[in-house]
Ligand binder design. Structure first.
Ligand code: ZN
Length: 313
């Protein structure tokens, strides 16, 4: 978790008690951040990742009147409460935040009971489950006749898979929906090479309706783009793929996807398909990112299970 660091001039007595915020006011650092209530780093990390996405958060907060009308909007309620508790003037303390974290765990247990326990869980799996739960809460609202837009739609995109018969060149394609992309970890240890490896074409078995051929090359491309692209790095290799790859991943401040986009990629959410800007996590409420001025942050090198989030410029 990144907290604001005191300047060298104010370090010392304020080291554990406070730091100067952006406006010079003394911020009690003990009141910032989310408490770990027992092996919950996977949960804290995902909550922070989601709640620092301005558009995602805005979609939740601006529709509060809509979703709060449903008793089933448990996770939406938790996310907005966690965000508000992290604001410097929230009045929340570590005890009230710990209670809130228990509420989040309880809410997640409706999806999977293992989240009630105190064992460590996988952050990526949790993210996928949370997105599913948010989608379900949105679908309940739809059945209640509420005109509500699920924030998860900002993360959704389609990949088109094109198979080309190696004998006659006949093409067939299918599309699939995603809300995150799992990447292979390339030996070059860069994001671009990992993307290239993931999207590398492969030879597959294929029943051609034209020439009855049995093989095809398969290539995947973006068919639509999300507002926020969530990347999950598969850090496993070695014999049997059981070894954890601890090496850092290098990634640029701006990611160009044009070579991975099909010809027909529409401009979703007013975004350009050409470039993504890195938006590393910050503490919500301390340095709220300006949606019009995406900030370039230090890389997340060293993060392991946590997804990487990129946002369009
Ligand atoms: Zn063929």
């Amino acid at each position: 978790m990144s907290l604001p660091r005191a300047s060298s001039a104010t370090r010392g007595s304020e080291e554990t008690q406070g730091a100067r915020g952006e406006r010079g006011a003394l911020v009690n650092m003990e009141l910032l951040g989310l408490p770990n209530i027992g092996n919950t780093c996977f949960l804290n990390a995902i909550l922070q990742c989601l709640l620092v996405l301005p558009s995602f958060l805005k979609k939740i907060l601006h529709q509060e009147q809509l979703w709060s009308s449903s008793p089933f909007s448990n996770l939406l309620r938790c996310l907005s409460d966690v965000y508000r508790s992290s604001l410097p003037d929230s009045g929340a303390n570590q005890a009230s935040k710990a209670d809130l974290m228990w509420k989040v765990k309880y809410s997640l247990s409706g999806y999977d009971l293992k989240y009630l326990g105190d064992t460590q869980q996988d952050a990526h799996e949790l993210l996928v489950n949370m997105l599913c739960q948010l989608k379900e809460e949105g679908m309940i609202l739809k059945t209640l006749g509420v005109s509500y837009t699920c924030p998860v739609s900002q993360l959704e995109f389609q990949l088109v898979s094109v198979r080309t018969c190696t004998s006659c060149g006949r093409e067939s394609s299918t599309r699939e929906d995603y809300n995150h992309l799992s990447l292979d970890f390339s030996p070059e240890r860069t994001l671009q090479s990992s993307l290239a490896l993931t999207f590398k074409g492969e030879k597959v078995e294929f029943k051609c309706e034209g020439c009855k051929g049995l093989h095809a090359t398969k290539v995947e491309l973006f068919h639509t783009l999300p507002l926020v692209l969530v990347l999950h790095l598969k850090r496993f290799g070695g014999p049997g793929g059981l070894e954890k790859l601890e090496a850092p991943l290098l990634f640029p401040s701006e990611l160009r996807l044009s070579t991975l986009c099909g010809d027909m990629v529409p401009h979703l959410h007013s975004a350009s398909p050409q470039a993504l800007t890195n938006l590393a996590p910050q503490h919500p409420g301390v340095h709220p990112p300006d949606p019009h001025q995406p900030s370039l942050q230090p890389s997340w090198r060293g993060q392991r299970q946590h997804p990487l989030l990129f946002r369009f410029k």
